[in-house]
Ligand binder design. Sequence first.
Ligand SMILES: NC(=O)c1ccc[n+]([C@@H]2O[C@H](COP(=O)([O-])OP(=O)(O)OC[C@H]3O[C@@H](n4cnc5c(N)ncnc54)[C@H](OP(=O)(O)O)[C@@H]3O)[C@@H](O)[C@H]2O)c1
Length: 263
Amino acid sequence: MTDFGARYGPWAVVAGASEGLGAAFARALADRGLKLILVARRREPLIALAEVLPTEAVPVVADLATEAGLDAVLAAASNREVGLVVANAAYSPIGAFVTLGLTESLRALDLNCRALLHLAHHFLPPMTGRGRGGFVVMSSLAGLQGSPPISVYAATKSFGAVLAEGLWAELRGTGVDVVACVAGAVETPGLVGSKAKRAPGTLTPDKVATAALRGLRRGPRVVPGLAMRLSSAVMSRLPRRTAIAIISRASRDLSPPAASSNS
Ligand SMILES: NC(=O)c1ccc[n+]([C@@H]2O[C@H](COP(=O)([O-])OP(=O)(O)OC[C@H]3O[C@@H](n4cnc5c(N)ncnc54)[C@H](OP(=O)(O)O)[C@@H]3O)[C@@H](O)[C@H]2O)c1
């Protein structure tokens, strides 16, 4: 077993694993010797991924924005020792807030925040009991300031990053590591399907997953890619109005692809 496997194995849950970053996390964790519980709504890509991974992988078709979906994940994990959770699934309603339905906003809240809390509450206590484990929260540079026209998504990403930092501090010394991966633009199907121009410094999902897993031991926050680290450092020093105006300009070409999209 690898050092990584000894600390974070034998099983990992990857929430939102059917494509993009989640699939990259699954490949990276399989390469590190972990067995995988792969969660997403679409059966075919999930099964196709499970079949090619060089490890045991259990696909769980579930909508994490629902109680039934969460229950399905907990049931799949019930007889398996889960040492690592990657909270990656997210939903981003795009558009002026006043034109969005409440259902859209609540769906983002349920998936991006509520499901994250459920996973943390369920999996962290047994990890602290064993004295080892890890929890990765996928967040976004969009969550560092108000980000129209994805204001709700950005607010949920802020929740995830701040929660992860708090948990990192609470669990220091227990053997359980928590990290917020605060990513800029990542070349995922969600981003490619939108009309957003390819931002300088856009990273591949594999690079982001590798950076997040490398940052897990250190915590509390990793910003993958030099350009994105510089950008986040500059943005955090700007007056809030200026930061919001810059991110607003950068996000104005966002438009939803056929299904869902993240930023
Ligand atoms: N792409 C970027 O530029 C970027 C930048 C910063 C941060 N991020 C963050 O990185 C993470 C992944 O982004 P991504 O671009 O890879 O997203 P994506 O392409 O939209 O993929 C999201 C994954 O989550 C799954 N998913 C969506 N809704 C779900 C639900 N209700 N229940 C279960 N699974 C669900 C999707 O599969 P199904 O459709 O099959 O369910 C998919 O596997 C997100 O947390 C996002 O906030 C992305």
